[in-house]
Design a protein around this ligand. Structure first.
Ligand code: HEM
Length: 529
């Protein structure tokens, strides 16, 4: 979400003067709401204790297992610049399973591949619903495939897999990634005229949002923004929505509907929702706004709308899936590319191996025609692919996965997580476990060579999750990361003045650098066939 680029959600302050009237009545309402929240908290704590006594036979350790633990844990995570490190430390300290009270929520964290497989690999529909942290997502993406469950989730997922992410459709996206790669190269060249150091985050966010909009609708960001006539850009709205979601998750009393309704954040949410609707309905879902399209784009044109409508999904349903795909796919991929370029800058030796690999491809007319990478070229980028995997191991954009289980989850003979529990997987807990990845903080792409990864447990490395709810866009994201980085490797060499240990990552739904990572690019002189 490029927080160095976009100002904080608190200063959105867009719905200005009359919001002050609301705040006058707010203090009285807030006291009432706090009381309701407290009652709810006591009720839930009692219920959790009953569940514990009834079903668990083994005592599970964890931070804050005392009278004020729920509050102590909130305080421990309050500083967002340290929150990710705090959870990493808990994972290291408490081992394969631990218990965590977070305000009124009692969370069981699974932290070893065997247990994680039991949860994420389960096909039992009672284990597929999402946990409480997804509540703020509903406010913006409604009940789209990321948050929905049951039959609705199953049928929509089937449609997306069949029509948007099938092998044939994925191959047709290569023209999008080529176009975005060339645009990115040009944009960097432009920036180099005035600036020595370039932060790529805003360019990458634009690029990945464009890729998804083009893939789903055969349109581009300017099509969407010019037709809607809104003052705030769509991108700015999306970034602020994510920041607001993150703030709500980290402040659990805001997950209470009554308190949230009275809080100024809900006003900001309404404003952002109105903005998104304006952009998306008039800019992309409205067929009367016809963009300029090439042949592939015409074939794909409004693929999501067409296929969902054919399955009887209403316009509202199409809107929620559109927002879900745009929201789930844009900053995850953009930040991952930013991190990959950062690691390649910090490790010039790996950058060189990747560039040599890319040069061979660009000089082969079957794999790269007139500078356009062909789909089959991507499978030749072996070292680059390992670098992508290693980047996603060290900085998995989606660091937390949660389920609310509606049936007990048996982990061991004497260890059962009761129905109704909130169960979490903190991805870096697995990815940084030295038992599976020796020297876990080091960037060593060779860990993902076939020889080194063949015997690894399949649930120890899960940047795209795993099992039935694995990321539906993971192949799309991999293609995008490989193609864009290949284009950059062909056109530039780069370094960075930043040190890894100085970059602060914030838990803003996805791993987000607090300030932009800066690059020093040097243009290469190469001519493409
Ligand atoms: C590097 C890029 C990406 C990463 C690391 C990533 C990671 C993930 C993870 C870990 C999940 C599981 C979340 C959970 O169960 O709570 C997920 C789900 C999802 N992702 Fe991605 N993702 C990426 C890119 C994309 C892209 C490009 C799209 C769409 C174009 C996308 C769409 C989705 C959707 C719709 C889901 C929900 C799937 C379901 O619940 O059935 N993601 N992603």
């Amino acid at each position: 979400m490029g927080m160095g680029t976009y100002s904080s959600v608190v200063d959105v302050a867009v719905p200005a003067p009359h919001s002050i009237n609301i705040q006058n009545g707010l203090i009285a309402c807030f006291t009432t709401a706090l009381f309701v929240y407290y009652c709810n908290f006591v009720r839930k704590s009692k219920r959790n204790k009953q569940l514990d006594d009834k079903t668990r036979r083994r005592k599970i350790p964890g931070p804050g297992q005392h009278f004020l633990g729920a509050v102590a844990n909130i305080l421990a995570l309050r500083d967002e610049t340290k929150a990710l490190k705090v959870i990493e430390n808990w994972c290291e300290r408490y081992g394969p399973v631990f218990q965590l009270n977070f305000g009124p929520y009692n969370v069981t964290a699974l932290n070893c591949p065997e247990y994680v497989q039991k949860l994420l690999g389960s096909k039992d529909t009672n284990h597929l619903s999402k946990g409480f942290i997804y509540k703020p997502f509903h406010a913006f993406w409604y009940d789209g495939i990321l948050t929905s469950a049951g039959e609705k989730w199953k049928s929509r997922r089937r449609i997306l897999e069949k029509h948007m992410f099938s092998f044939k459709t994925l191959v047709s996206y290569m023209d999008i990634f080529n176009e975005q790669g060339d645009t990115l190269v040009q944009a960097i060249e432009e920036r180099l005229k005035d600036e020595k150091e370039v932060g790529l985050c805003p360019l990458l966010l634009d690029s990945s949002l464009n890729s998804i909009i083009n893939a789903i609708f055969g349109k581009r960001l300017p099509d969407l923004e010019s037709s809607s006539n809104a003052k705030f850009s769509f991108m700015e709205g999306m970034c602020r929505a994510k920041e607001l979601m993150a703030k709500r998750i980290m402040t659990p009393y805001l997950l209470n509907d009554l308190i949230y309704k009275l809080h100024p954040f809900s006003k900001v949410q309404k404003f952002l929702n109105k903005l998104a609707r304006k952009h998306v309905i008039t800019g992309i879902l409205d067929e009367s706004v016809e963009p300029l399209m090439n042949h592939d784009e015409q074939r794909r044109h409004n693929i999501l709308k067409r296929e969902l409508a054919a399955a009887g999904v209403s316009l509202e349903g199409i809107y929620e899936e559109t927002m879900t795909l745009l929201g789930a796919g844009f900053d995850t991929t953009a930040h991952s590319i930013d991190f990959l370029l950062f690691f390649l800058a910090l490790h010039p030796h790996h950058q060189k191996i990747c560039r040599d690999e890319v040069d061979v491809i660009f000089e082969d007319v079957d794999l790269c025609t007139s500078g356009a990478l062909q789909f089959q070229a991507l499978s030749k980028l072996k070292h680059l692919e390992m670098c992508v995997y290693e980047t996603l191991r060290l900085l998995p954009a989606v660091f937390l996965i949660m389920r609310k289980i509606d049936a007990p989850l048996q982990l061991e003979e004497d260890l059962e997580i009761p129905a109704g529990s909130e169960v979490a997987v903190f991805v870096p807990g697995l990815h940084k476990n030295p038992k599976y990845f020796p020297d876990p903080d080091k960037f060593i792409p060779e860990r993902f060579s076939p020889e080194q990864s063949n015997n690894r447990h399949p649930y120890v490395y899960i940047p795209f999750a795993a099992g039935p709810r694995k990321c539906v866009g993971y192949k799309f994201a991999m293609m995008e990361m490989l193609s864009l980085t290949a284009k950059l490797l062909r056109s530039f060499e780069w370094e960075t003045t930043d040190r890894f240990e100085d970059v602060v990552f914030l838990p803003h739904i996805t791993y987000t650098p607090k300030t932009p990572i800066n690059f020093l690019f040097k243009k290469r002189s190469v001519t493409n066939n």
